[in-house]
Design a protein around this ligand. Structure first.
Ligand SMILES: [Fe+2]
Length: 138
């Protein structure tokens, strides 16, 4: 198991979205750290941060998709919504105490989801959007 590394293959050709993805990777990688992964209160705080940042980022990405009439927008948004619900439910479990899932498992789930989502789903939108030159950042 490794922390996620940004790679150029993850670029969607849009600086603002790429930067968001780097921030998301950095937040998820906090769960790679042994000490934070053992501390339920810290895991909860990291998941809170992840939820807040994904909300901001997904809204931005979805706005770009809608603006460019991305054909599979609804399916892509459904992936975002499902992920958000899953991370919220992990966060709620840690908040309630006695979580059945370990910090390591949460890290594995989030890193796997994020890496695959960026590489397989977001880059597909990046290709659709062309070079990204016509996309408005921010
Ligand atoms: Fe996405």
């Amino acid at each position: 198991m490794e922390p996620i590394q940004w790679s150029r293959w993850m670029s969607v050709g849009n600086d603002a979205l790429d930067e968001d993805h780097r921030v998301l990777i950095a937040i998820v990688n906090k769960l790679y750290d042994d000490e934070s992964r053992q501390d339920p209160a810290l895991i909860e705080a990291i998941l809170d941060e992840l939820i807040a940042y994904t909300r901001h980022h997904f809204a931005e990405e979805e706005a770009q998709m809608e603006k460019l009439n991305y054909p599979t927008f609804a399916a892509h948004k459904a992936l975002h919504d499902r992920l958000t619900r899953q991370v919220e439910s992990y966060r709620d479990e840690f908040r309630a105490g006695g979580s059945r899932i370990s910090g390591e498992e949460v890290f594995l789930f989030c890193s796997d989801w994020l890496g695959k989502h960026i590489l397989k789903e977001d880059t597909r939108f990046g290709e659709y959007a062309g070079t990204g030159a016509e996309m408005v950042a921010g």
